[in-house]
Design a protein around this ligand. Structure first.
Ligand SMILES: [Zn+2]
Length: 572
């Protein structure tokens, strides 16, 4: 059988095992590779990766939509634990062939740098380790995806408690907070066991590759070429210095506005300006068609891309039992299309999540013009710049008749979002500092010590909330942070990108059209430029500088004050 003719679509790989995929890699290993064939060879390899990753993405999407179907779980696991890790191994082999050829063009420079790094850190003995980590990740998803709460006689998945966390009735909020936290408290034993194993595997993989610990391994593994662990420490310090006090001010204002002696963790989501939480939409159809108009207003090309997602059913947005938690945007590389998954329940947060994921989707559409798969997908610092900037660029268009809100509600939604930006920076710093501690401290493998470290790090960054008597609940917060389990160290990227997005937003306050144009230009670069260049193209500086962070925080706080002045005065 000749493997050189690739199947016409990813459907051919839907039920594939590694044995069905391997011959195509064998062919690329054996095929003649020299200056005259390098282009066609690269295209064939890229096409093969498109087909297999799209088949894997489709299996993952099907599984996260219905985690209770064992057949879908099996398909997803076959890709994530068997096919993709083996493909990674063969890709390194092909990358070695390509690098040895000495062929380069300006648009291949970043790809070559990544290939060289992957070759350097690849160890055959790590393949089964990463495969086991994938299985453990799926187990984490299974445990958390099946968590339900009995709420007023109805069994509900956890995301459906969100509206009650926003209830103006403090007793309801407290009940919802405790109910949403309880499953994590109950599963602590299972989750701790799971994490212990993940920790051990990750440290072992790092050591196999010649690194002291998994944190040091992660920098090259995630292609973090433009910043160091020391920069990240500077980021933590800058957040502590500049953002933590701003968050304290925001929370103090909230405390007074709510007329409370102290803020408890269940007082953070309620809108202090409204008797009932905002309900921006009733049905998913409304949710989607309104988003379509909003994106059209940001830029008609982006609106058109979103319409394509509607037409081609590339959205699964509402919360249903059995769906995995969270939200994501996955790229279907063969079709050049993105897919958005989330758990919407009709709140402002859902609107923001959709804007965020749509930013990723626009990135996927726009960068698909790059000919090779490796030239399209930049690191998460660039990816999250696309998504977090979209939250800010689309926000001015959320008022009716285009958007979801009356002018008054639009202001309070925008206020909530700006406050969330400050709160999230503090959360990001604590999650990253915590993971740094786990993988660099000798006690990182000890479950008790981890929980204590979380409490210590959390109180360094998060002030203004009274957690007295709620230590167990506060600890449970990190067990709920799926990144720590499934995508270790994927978090600082949100912080870096938020600072970039705030700069793009600052540009848009002077010149909305210009800021959107530069944003689109940066997205079109895909992965063919370095991270600082990509940021510059978008109109932002890649920064860990406390002064610039301070400036941006001030800008956000000034906006917050302006909006507060336009909202109704306190009833008291
Ligand atoms: Zn994102």
């Amino acid at each position: 059988m000749t493997a050189s003719v690739l199947p016409p679509s990813p459907t051919a790989f839907a039920k594939a095992t590694w044995d069905d995929v391997a011959p195509y890699f064998d062919d690329l290993v054996e095929r003649r590779l020299d200056a005259s064939t390098v282009d066609s060879w690269l295209h064939a390899w890229s096409r093969l990766e498109e087909l297999v990753t799209e088949a894997a993405a489709l299996a993952m999407i099907a599984y996260t939509i219905d985690t209770s179907d064992p057949e879908k779980e099996k398909d997803h696991l076959r890709f994530s634990t068997e096919i993709l890790p083996k493909m990674e191994e063969r890709s390194v082999e092909l990358a070695r062939r390509f690098v040895a050829l000495g062929h380069s063009t300006p648009d291949l420079a970043t790809t070559l740098e990544r290939f060289r790094t992957s070759i350097d850190i690849f160890r055959e003995e790590n393949v089964p380790l990463f495969s086991e980590l994938e299985e453990l990740s799926a187990r984490y998803q299974r445990i958390t995806g099946s968590m339900t709460v009995e709420w007023e006689g109805v069994e509900r998945p956890l995301p459906q408690l969100q509206p009650f966390l926003k209830s103006p009735d403090r007793a309801v909020r407290e009940r919802a907070f405790r109910a949403a936290t309880q499953p994590y408290v109950e599963e602590r034993g299972a989750l701790t066991g799971l994490f212990d194993r993940m920790f051990h595997l990750r440290q072992e993989a790092a050591q196999n590759a010649g690194f002291a610990n998994y944190r040091d391994y992660v920098f090259p593994a995630k292609f973090r070429f433009d910043y160091t662990p020391a920069d990240v420490e500077r980021f933590h310090e800058a957040v502590e210095q500049q953002v933590t006090p701003a968050v304290s001010r925001v929370l103090e204002h909230r405390r007074r506005r709510l007329g409370l002696d102290v803020l408890r963790p269940w007082d953070l989501a309620v809108d202090p300006y409204r008797a009932a939480p905002l309900r921006p939409f009733e049905t998913v159809d409304q949710f989607v068609s309104t988003a379509r108009r909003v994106f059209d207003r940001v830029d008609p090309v982006l609106g058109g891309q979103f319409q394509t997602m509607i037409d081609e059913q590339l959205l699964d947005l509402d919360s249903r039992k059995g769906k995995a938690p969270g939200g994501y945007c996955e790229t279907l590389h063969f079709r050049g299309r993105p897919f958005i998954f989330m758990n919407a329940v009709g709140l402002v947060d859902d609107v923001m999540t959709l804007l965020h994921e749509a930013g990723h989707a626009f990135h996927a559409f726009t960068s698909h013009r790059q000919p090779l798969i490796w030239q399209r997908h930049p690191g998460s610092e660039a990816a999250e710049l696309a998504s977090m900037s979209m939250e800010l660029l689309a926000s001015p268009h959320l008022a009716q008749p285009i958007g979801y809100f009356s002018p008054q509600d639009h202001r309070s939604a925008w206020l909530e979002h700006l406050e969330d930006i400050l709160l999230s920076l503090v959360h990001i710093a604590s999650v990253d500092a915590f993971q740094t501690w786990i993988y660099t401290h000798p006690d990182g493998g000890d479950a008790e010590a981890r929980d204590e470290a979380w409490l210590r790090i959390r109180s360094r960054f998060e002030r203004g909330v009274d957690w007295t008597g709620l230590e167990t609940e506060r600890i449970a917060r990190w067990y709920r942070q799926l990144h720590i389990f499934m995508y270790p160290f994927y978090y600082i990227e949100y912080g870096i990108a938020q600072l970039g997005a705030l700069q793009i937003w600052r540009n848009s306050l002077k010149d909305q059209a210009g800021a959107v144009a530069r944003y689109r230009e940066a997205l079109a670069l895909g992965a063919v430029r370095s991270l600082p260049e990509m940021y510059l193209t978008a109109g932002a500086k890649l920064t860990f500088d406390a002064d610039l962070i301070g400036e941006l925080v001030q800008l956000v706080e000034r906006q917050i004050e302006q909006i507060r002045a336009q909202l109704p005065a306190a009833a008291a």
